[in-house]
Design a binder for this molecule. Structure first.
Ligand SMILES: [Zn+2]
Length: 223
């Protein structure tokens, strides 16, 4: 807390004068162009690795970057908050992209893999069951550019699982079918400070280097 409180003082002294105008504009409305579903982990600093600014993203953070799938009637099998954010972003803000971002050394995935009830964390025990489908190596088969630890492969499969869950919501599937929405799977390697993106053609998580980011940017201009 000490660092955060000191940080507010530093912000007021050094940064606030330069960004006050930006925030004053944003107070009239936001127009983010992506929804980011990302793990709550303190190390997954999207503002650092994606150089984001205020107003860039609508963020849904939870343990394990999980979107519980819908029931047959389209309502969430989890709690309401995740899908409420998605509804707000799509139906109110008309956001055209959703990114699911997992990461290496994920504690939620570790809890899932252990398979044991955590007496001191019963909610976490139940919550990570929403990612159980990622434990099955045959469910998502993909190539890797490098050797990842088994836990990190589960975390990568979990990104693909959550993308599947998203597509099962009728209001999301409809937007994808209408060409109004694209889904992306990202994965952040903490030790390497490197961001990977799921490539459907290559069936692989590939580093978001200059070539791949240029390709993704060019696709944004095509319907
Ligand atoms: Zn995590």
């Amino acid at each position: 807390m000490r660092k955060l409180l000191q940080g507010i003082l530093d912000f007021r002294k050094r940064v606030r004068p330069t960004v006050k105008g930006t925030f004053a504009q944003l107070a009239f409305g936001q127009k983010p162009d992506c929804i980011l579903v990302v793990c709550s982990d303190s190390r997954v600093a999207v503002n650092v690795f994606a150089s984001t600014e205020p107003g860039d993203m609508l963020v849904c953070r939870n343990a394990g970057n999980i979107i519980p799938p819908p029931r047959a009637d389209g309502t969430s099998t989890g709690d309401l908050s995740e899908v409420a954010i998605l509804e707000f972003g799509l139906e109110r803000l008309n956001i055209p992209s959703i990114i699911v971002c997992g990461h290496s050394e994920c504690g939620a995935i570790g809890a899932l893999i252990s398979g044991k009830p955590l007496p001191d964390a019963p909610h976490l025990t139940e919550w990570v069951k929403n990612a159980s489908g990622a434990l099955d190596p045959s469910r998502f088969v993909f190539h890797s550019q490098k050797t990842f630890a088994p836990q990190n492969l589960v975390s990568q499969r979990n990104v693909l699982l959550q993308l599947e869950n998203l597509k099962r919501y009728p209001f999301i599937a409809k937007r994808i079918a209408e060409g109004k929405l694209r889904l992306y799977g990202w994965w952040f390697d903490i030790a390497e400070a490197e961001v990977y993106s799921w490539d459907e053609d290559a069936k692989s998580f590939l580093v978001l280097d200059e070539v791949r980011t240029a390709r993704l940017i060019s696709q944004l201009d095509t319907p």
